[in-house]
Each structure stands twice: as structure tokens, then as C-alpha cells.
Design a protein. Structure first.
Length: 91
């Protein structure tokens, strides 16, 4: 199956979460974390460490079958769903 034959390949997996004072984004296999507060506190630094560890775990979920484009999308979706569950618990 060619890459352009995949009906869902035009839709990269994206996610955005607000975790404390941090905005966390997923776009395909990339993640970003941006501080949205005024001044970083010790609590914010601790939260960033936790977010970083969660993103590392999500990346490990992605690695298992990302050799093909279809596998990559499956991995992105699995990581996105896992992060949705983890970050929604913190709301």
C-alpha cells in the first residue's frame, strides 16, 4: 500500500493540553512544552519534570511500530490517547 493510499494519512495526529502553568502540544511525532505563567515557581519546575517524564513514556509508546507511515500514525494515536488520559486526570 502506498503512503497516499492511506485515507487517514492526510490528518496528522495533534493534541494540546493545559497542565498547570504549562501548555503541552503534540504534532505528529513531535512534542513541545511552553510556560504560560508569569514567573516559574518550584512547583512549576516539578510539574515540568513530570511532564517531561510523561512525554518520554509517550515516545516509548510510539517507537514500537513506527517503521511505516501507517505504523507511525498508529503510534502517534496511541501516544495521543495515552497523554489524553494522563493529562485529563490532572484537571
Amino acid at each position: 500500500m502506498r503512503e497516499h493510499d492511506l485515507p487517514h494519512s492526510a490528518e496528522p495526529i495533534r493534541g494540546e493540553w493545559r497542565v498547570g502553568s504549562w501548555n503541552v502540544r503534540q504534532e505528529e511525532l513531535s512534542f513541545g512544552v511552553v510556560f504560560a505563567g508569569k514567573k516559574i515557581s518550584k512547583k512549576d519546575r516539578t510539574a515540568l519534570e513530570t511532564i517531561t517524564m510523561l512525554l518520554i513514556t509517550a515516545c516509548k509508546l510510539e517507537k514500537s511500530d513506527s517503521v511505516t507511515k501507517e505504523g507511525s500514525l498508529s503510534s502517534q494515536l496511541r501516544a495521543n490517547e495515552w497523554l489524553n488520559g494522563v493529562f485529563s486526570e490532572n484537571d
